[in-house]
Design a protein around this ligand. Structure first.
Ligand code: BES
Ligand code: ZN
Ligand code: ZN
Length: 516
């Protein structure tokens, strides 16, 4: 027994021990496999392999279960182990711990624990293999092919476009399951989020308002049949009398763009659209109310609202969701200059309301105000705006969940339901008159762009401000400042800009499509 364990440990830790000769394996040398194992409910130490893992175990004459038993304690949730040379087709096999089978939806956590565990485990397995420079990985569905695909594609994403030394590019494929539809759906969802991550992570000198709009246009090109794109220029924005938006863009040398996307997925072309509006500040220096230098670089992701909204529409088009969606993204930079808006200036929004701009760093609500006014002209069935709006949102919830401020219980329920499935959670926040009073009390104008008690309830006063530009009965404002980036909180996302909550938006749109 001792001898066997030692042999197994060698197989686990080093790359030298091979059960197959080099000539047998060299053709597939860079191919790997991720397999799942559940935590056993009853008997200590007994194995509970997934269907695919059990199948693999059979074809490898029980080698997998044997090695799992002798290589250490039973695999706990989130832990993984690599075995080399136990199958001629797969030189490297990563076995990942999935936790308890059938854990399902957890009321306290507001997510589906089984799905989250699969995303986490698969992502860990894929990354281990990527570190070994394996370039093709087959993945166990682990009972939910969509979640497995999401774990694989989200876990492997890494922004290294601008580095000379790049991580191994890994292609993935479903293993031992017939649910290719679930797998493909998961890949689409994850690629949508990865597109948002890419746009958010990219430096602001690469993703200017113009470059952002062009990138989205390129991504939507394959779906031209169902999609129309308008990249509105400064003169159009002026004609529209979007004085609040222009007051932000005027400090920058980069021209603003108002991006307008129409995805006509519904067989009923007259069906009222879902309207998605995203804050697209491609760099937020704060303007004349300049931000402090430390961490200012993170403000390249201040277009996260626009990125997640546009990426959701690209994904909806790829999935051919039978629903109409309009996406609006006011895109600009917020910069200080001789032409920039000054604290105390008064500007006029599209709906005629005047705004005293006491802090030029509270710019997101200004550009969204005009976009919301314009959006109402499409008579949408629901309006959702998404924005990295306030540092106060991060203080309130951190990165656990997106804050949702909404005037509609129905919209809240649909968004919440979608987020339980995706694991990219939302949490409802208040829209009290209490906060409205703090933004409507302005010395010079109808509104002030900051709450009169400055920092207190900052996310709530910002939401109350936006509400002044909404007349629709089903509107939700999603403040994503807290979930904008990931350190290590979400294990299946590497450190960097998160692209959250793209999958929740897509799942929400898919739900709408289903309900007609
Ligand atoms: N883009 C920021 C909010 C932000 C902060 C997003 C941190 C992500 C991470 C926004 O434009 C801003 O600066 N808001 C101010 C508002 C304040 C001046 C009322 C803030 O939160 O400090
Ligand atoms: Zn700002
Ligand atoms: Zn901002």
């Amino acid at each position: 027994m001792l001898l066997l364990r030692r042999a197994a440990q060698t197989a686990v830790r080093t790359n030298h021990h091979r059960s197959f000769s080099a000539s047998q394996t060299h053709l597939n040398e860079r191919k790997g496999l991720v397999l799942g194992v559940f935590e056993e409910e009853g008997e200590q130490g007994s194995l509970h392999l997934t269907q695919a893992a059990a199948g693999f175990d059979q074809t490898s004459s029980g080698k997998l279960s044997e090695l799992l038993k002798i290589s250490g304690p039973t695999l706990k949730k989130g832990k993984s182990r690599i075995f080399y040379g136990i199958h001629k087709d797969f030189p490297c096999v990563a076995v990942v711990g999935l936790g308890k089978k059938d854990a399902g939806v957890c009321g306290a956590e507001n997510w589906d624990t089984s799905k989250e565990s699969i995303r986490q485990a698969v992502s860990a397995g894929c990354r281990l293999l990527q570190d070994l420079e394996v370039d093709h990985v087959e993945v166990d569905a682990c009972g939910d092919a969509q979640s497995a695909a999401e774990g694989a594609a989200l876990g492997l994403f890494h922004y290294d476009q601008l580095k000379s030394k790049k991580k191994t590019k890994v292609t993935t494929q479903l293993h031992g399951s017939a649910d290719s539809v679930g797998w493909e759906k998961g890949v689409r969802y994850a690629e949508g989020q990865n597109l948002a991550r890419l746009l958010m992570e990219a430096p602001a000198n690469h993703i200017t308002p113009t470059a952002f709009a062009n990138t989205i246009e390129e991504k939507l090109a394959p779906y031209a049949e169902r999609v129309t794109i308008n990249k509105r220029s400064q003169s159009w924005i002026e004609e529209q009398q979007m004085g609040a938006f222009l007051s932000v863009s005027k400090g920058s040398e980069e021209p603003p763009v108002f991006l307008e996307l129409h995805y006509n997925g519904s067989p009923d072309s007259k069906q009222a659209p879902l309207l998605l509006v995203g804050k697209g500040v491609t760099f937020d220096s704060g303007g004349i109310s300049l931000k402090p230098s430390p961490s200012m670089d993170a403000m390249r992701a201040d277009m996260g609202g626009a990125a997640t909204v546009c990426a959701s529409i690209v994904t909806a088009a790829g999935l051919k969701l039978p629903v109409n969606i309009i996406g609006l993204a006011p895109l600009c930079e917020n910069m200080p200059s001789g032409k920039a808006t000054k604290p105390g200036d008064v500007v006029t929004a599209k709906n005629g309301k005047t705004i005293q701009v006491d802090n030029t760093d509270a710019e997101g609500r200004l550009i969204l105000a005009d976009a919301l006014c314009y959006g109402h002209t499409f008579n949408p069935r629901a309006i959702i705006n998404v924005a990295t709006l306030t540092g106060a949102m991060d203080v309130a919830l951190g990165s656990a969940a997106t804050g949702v401020f909404t005037n509609s219980d129905w919209l809240w329920e649909q968004l919440h339901k979608a987020s339980v499935v995706t694991g990219d959670r939302v949490w409802r926040m208040p829209l009290f008159q209490h906060y409205t009073r703090q933004v409507t009390d302005s010395q010079l104008a109808d509104l002030n762009n900051i709450g009169k008690y400055s920092r207190s309830g900052g996310a709530c006063t910002a939401a109350a401000f936006l509400r002044e530009f909404v007349t629709a009965p089903h509107w939700a404002h999603l403040d994503i400042a807290g979930v904008m980036s990931n350190k290590d909180e979400i294990p299946y996302l590497r450190k960097g800009m998160s692209g959250r909550p793209t999958r929740t938006l897509v799942e929400f749109a898919a739900g709408l499509a289903q309900s007609g």
